[in-house]
Each structure stands twice: as structure tokens, then as C-alpha cells.
Design a protein around this ligand. Structure first.
Ligand code: NAP
Length: 340
């Protein structure tokens, strides 16, 4: 390909993103200077946080500027390089952005070289063996700390992080009870992934169903949803419970935040609430996490779950699938085959 297709953020979306919020342009493929490397994007990861980065206000990163290439995590192949750390042919993971090509020097963070002898497809470095799986690992080991026999409730249970979290909870000897948006997703996480139970949170009586599925109460809330789910969990935790604030997807599309209900329960039930950002730990403890997850995969205790789609140009609309529940497991876009 002789052009670099890029997707620029044109306006700040309100609610779900629209195609009008983006501009699709073509630029010449950049030339790497001395010591630089040119990377061809092969896979793009779609993450709920992409939507947060489009907001005006900073998150844990500065906002993506209007007119800038949309920020995105992905995998690519080094196709031309005089950087000894990024040799030609190497597959790398990092902030490729929503575009076909990027110079390593222009990425917001250094790329990670993927080992050549990886026993699974490289795309899993964006899912179970990448930031997704590591999110489950760090949130559980550092904050949730489920003990054998305890009950953990996991929202977005059939999604990328939730599906790994529930399987990891089971491997730690605790009970995994999922919350998901459809009966089919619930069936899948129980029958295919080994969760003990899963409740469809769109059912009117989901609160009663959840209570029945947790006869010994709830010790850990793995919170990926926020909104009404978090409100309910805050009011229904066991003494000394832990609430892992992994994400608040119900609130990312600028829904009015009504404030958390039942906050006094933090005192009454002596709760611990912890938030975290996986990127803070990936450099120092990435190997620890990947080693643990790869070990569980080898034992058959973690099965990767994914939804694959194709075409760079589909990225904006594909992002909405995460907000509409139109995915199971990790949502990835195939952009191209590795050219070398
Ligand atoms: P994902 O779970 O694969 O996709 C999002 C899922 O969220 C959808 O499939 C949908 O499933 C569910 N959902 C959408 N709107 C919802 C709502 N209003 N209430 C309840 N569920 C809703 O995405 P992911 O990448 O694994 O991310 C999951 C969560 O983890 C997000 O909150 C994300 O921000 C967070 N996260 C945090 C970190 C960190 O470092 N803290 C890192 C990665 C991800 P249903 O059909 O079940 O509704």
C-alpha cells in the first residue's frame, strides 16, 4: 500500500460516536529517519477507554486533540528500521493509532517487541496476554484478593476483561457470578467458561436473581459497569468486602452522573474501594502477569474469548459495539496481514 490511511478525530462526540465525528484521510507513508522504525498496523484493539480519550477533559491521558489521529492500541510489524531495538520483521504492540503506518518516534509510548516463539496468535497480545488479561490480573491480585470460597460478582462478564476475570476467580478457588446483557451471554460464561452463575442485568428482577445466586453474600464486586449496577453492589456487600473499580462503562458516553448511592455502606460494612489503571503496572509487572496468565492458559483454566472484525475504516462504528453489547470477549479489528 502506498498511502497511509488515517482516521482523525474531527469533533467531540456526544453519546455514541457518529461517523461525522471523524475524518478519513490519506497521507504518504512516512519515511523513517536514522534510528527510527516504520511500523505497519496489523491489528487494532477496541477499548471502551477509546471513547474516554475523545472527551475534552483529561483522563489518565491528555485528550486526543481535534484533527489528530485517533489514539488506539494495536499490533504492527516493523517493515523498515535502523533502530536496533525494533528490528525489521519484528511484531510489536503499542499505541499505533487508527492508521495504517506509524513511525516509532511518533508514538506516545515505546513499542513492546512480541517474542517470535509466542505459542499463540500474536493478536492475543491485545487480549488475554495483553492489557486486557493484565487488567484482570492486577485488579484481582492487588485489590479484589478473592479468597477460596468467597463470592465475586463480575459485571460485563462476557466481555474482554470480564471473561478473563471470572475464569481467574475460579482458578483462585472463589465463586464467580457474572452480570451480562443477554441470556445467551450468560449461558456462554457459565457453560463454556465455568462461571458458577450469571444474571442478565436487563431482567427486571435481576437484583433478586443475583441475591439467589449469592447465598453467602458478595465479598468482591468486580465493577466494570457503574451506574445502577454499582449502586446496587454498594448496598449489598458483605462485611469487609472489596470493590474493584475496573471501569464505569455505563457513564463513559456522557450520561449524567447521578452520584453513587449507598455510599454510607463503605463505613457500615468496612468496605475497601480501589481504582487502578493497568498501564501503570504493565512495564514493571507485565512479565509477572503474562507468566501467570500463560500458565493458566496452558492448564486449560483460561480460554480466550474474542470477536474479530476487519477493516481500519470500520473503527469508529465498531467502537459503538462495546457500548451496545455487540461483542463477546476481546473486540479486535484486523487491519492487514504482516507484509514481511
Ligand atoms: P468489553 O467488556 O469487552 O465490552 C464492554 C461490555 O460492557 C459490552 O460487551 C457490554 O456487555 C457491557 N456494557 C456496555 N454498556 C453497559 C452498561 N451500561 N451497563 C453494563 N454493562 C454494559 O470491554 P473491556 O475492554 O473488557 O472493558 C470492560 C471494562 O473494563 C470497561 O469499563 C473498561 O473501561 C474497563 N477497563 C479498565 C481497565 C483499567 O485499567 N482500569 C483496563 C481495561 C478495561 P453487555 O452485553 O453485558 O451489556
Amino acid at each position: 500500500m502506498s498511502v497511509n490511511r488515517q482516521i482523525l478525530l474531527r469533533t467531540r462526540p456526544e453519546g455514541l460516536v457518529g461517523d461525522d465525528d471523524f475524518e478519513h484521510i490519506e497521507k504518504p507513508v512516512p519515511e523513517p529517519g536514522e534510528g527510527d522504525a516504520l511500523i505497519r498496523t496489523t491489528w487494532l484493539s477496541l477499548d471502551p477507554t477509546n471513547r474516554l480519550w475523545m472527551r475534552e477533559e483529561p483522563t489518565y491521558f491528555p485528550p486526543v486533540g481535534l484533527g489528530e489521529v485517533m489514539r488506539g492500541i494495536g499490533i504492527g510489524q516493523v517493515i523498515s528500521s535502523t533502530n536496533p531495538e525494533l528490528p525489521e520483521g519484528a511484531m510489536v504492540a503499542g499505541m499505533v493509532g487508527w492508521q495504517d503506518y506509524i513511525l516509532a518516534s511518533e508514538a506516545m509510548a515505546p513499542f513492546t517487541v512480541i517474542p517470535e516463539d509466542l505459542p499463540v496468535d500474536v493478536r492475543h497480545m491485545l487480549g488475554v496476554l495483553g492489557h486486557t488479561g493484565m487488567t484482570a490480573y492486577f485488579g484481582l491480585t492487588d485489590i479484589g484478593k478473592p479468597q477460596p470460597g468467597e463470592t465475586v460478582v463480575i459485571s460485563a462478564a462476557a466481555g474482554a476483561v470480564g471473561s478473563v476475570t471470572g475464569q481467574m476467580v475460579k482458578a483462585m478457588g472463589a465463586r464467580a457470578v457474572g452480570l451480562a446483557g443477554t441470556a445467551e451471554k450468560c449461558r456462554m460464561v457459565v457453560e463454556d467458561l465455568g462461571f458458577d452463575a450469571c444474571i442478565c442485568y436487563r431482567d427486571e428482577d435481576w437484583r433478586e436473581q443475583l441475591a439467589a445466586a449469592c447465598p453467602d453474600g458478595i465479598d468482591v464486586d468486580w465493577e466494570s459497569a457503574g451506574g445502577e449496577i454499582l449502586d446496587h453492589m454498594m448496598g449489598n456487600m458483605n462485611l469487609n468486602g472489596r470493590i474493584v473499580i475496573c471501569g464505569l462503562i455505563a457513564e463513559y458516553n456522557d450520561q449524567p452522573n447521578k452520584g453513587v448511592q449507598n455510599f454510607d455502606e463503605v463505613i457500615m460494612k468496612r468496605l475497601t474501594i480501589g481504582g487502578f489503571v493497568v498501564l501503570d503496572h504493565m512495564t514493571d509487572r507485565g512479565q509477572e502477569a503474562v507468566g501467570a496468565i500463560a500458565g493458566l492458559m496452558a492448564e486449560g483454566k483460561i480460554k480466550p474469548l474474542e470477536t474479530l472484525t476487519e477493516g481500519l475504516e470500520t473503527a469508529p462504528m465498531a467502537l459503538n459495539r462495546l457500548y451496545e453489547g455487540d461483542n463477546v470477549g476481546k473486540l479486535l479489528i484486523k487491519v492487514a496481514d504482516p507484509p514481511l
